[in-house]
Design a protein around this ligand. Structure first.
Ligand code: F6P
Length: 322
């Protein structure tokens, strides 16, 4: 009987998970493994929601956002007794390897599972926050950025028509990557993130000068969710700059949507790297994309380090911080 490889998606969903699942299942089968699908993430491992993959199950999914396997954050997985239950579910089907598409919390959980029961896993980084250490790219980021770009372009239409300021809050629990890239791509005047210090007095002086002397008629500001500055900045623009201001919180719309071409292709490449890594005998590696090349890193190098933003990106954003 060929060895089973099970694929699951875990933690916050992101676009690109479905193409990764499809490619991992098909490529694993081509390599001689029996592919399995785990529904509902870690919870599904415990509750035995494990189904043998088939052409039908992974057909027509690559253009869909979210994850057809669904996802979860499972507290029960912290309990060894539930992990043992998950292990028994895998063992009875001959599943000896796992691929998890998710974030560092999911990688940590599967590393514990590996320590307990010796089931090797390969991690594929997927989160719109793009904040996993060791990789320049996480699945879903390009799709999220395109949704933000489209939303900000629409907001600009109303901002220019009504001579208003708009503060747009984008996701990123601890990381300003989405805010910085979208501020640059959308030509925002202000960008506030957890990574860069900002000077509201300097921003205010510059914008007031442009309004008075250069005919500036509207303002776009992008703030990262992690700064919690959305409300404050909106009131500040209104009161200190004197331009009527509105706040738009984009929220979970950024997590949905059909994956872009880039996310689909990256998903394929990450999935191939994951199957190859398991096939080569790696036990707990995380797939990474760095400087244009796919590779993998030991889990601890990834989960014990803090993601660092590209200094070139930080430099480009500095003028937007005053
Ligand atoms: O980590 C991805 C992310 O979308 C963050 O940007 C955001 O802060 C968080 O998840 C939202 O989590 P939830 O979907 O649990 O509200």
């Amino acid at each position: 009987m060929s060895e089973g490889i099970a694929i699951l998606t875990s933690g916050g969903d992101s676009a690109g998970m479905n193409p990764a699942v499809k490619c991992a299942a098909e490529y694993a089968a081509a390599k001689g493994y029996k592919p399995w699908l785990v529904y509902d993430g870690l919870r599904g491992l415990i509750d035995d929601k494990i189904v043998e993959s088939s052409r039908e199950l992974v057909s027509g999914i690559l253009h869909r956002g979210g994850t057809i396997l669904r996802s979860s954050r499972s507290k029960r997985f912290f309990d060894i007794n539930f992990r043992r239950q998950a292990y028994e579910n895998l063992k009875k089907r001959g599943i000896g390897k796992l691929i998890v598409v998710g974030g560092d919390g999911s990688f940590r959980a599967l590393n514990q599972f590996y320590a307990d029961f010796g089931i090797p896993f390969a991690g594929i980084p997927a989160t719109i926050d793009n904040d996993i250490a060791g990789t320049d790219y996480c699945l879903g980021v390009d799709t999220a950025l395109n949704i933000i770009r489209q939303s900000v372009d629409s907001i600009r239409d109303t901002a220019t028509s009504f001579s208003r300021a708009f503060v747009i809050e984008v996701m990123g629990r601890h990381c300003g990557y989405l805010a910085m890239v979208s501020a640059l791509a959308c030509g925002a005047e202000i960008c506030l993130t957890p990574e860069l210090p900002y000077n509201l007095d300097a921003i205010g002086a510059k914008l007031k000068h442009e309004i008075r002397n250069e005919g500036r008629g509207y303002i776009l500001a992008i703030v990262a969710e992690g700064t919690k500055m959305g409300d404050y900045l909106t009131r500040w623009i209104n009161d200190s700059i004197g331009m009527e201001a509105r706040l738009t919180v984009l929220g979970h719309v950024q997590r949905g949507g059909s994956p872009t071409v880039y996310d689909r292709i990256m998903a394929y490449k990450f999935a191939v790297a994951a199957v190859d890594s398991l096939h080569a005998g790696n036990t707990n590696a995380i797939m990474v994309y760095r400087d244009g090349t796919f590779g993998h890193l030991p889990i601890h190098t990834v989960v014990d380090s803090k993601y660092k933003l590209d200094p070139a990106l930080l430099k480009l954003c500095m003028p937007l911080c005053g």
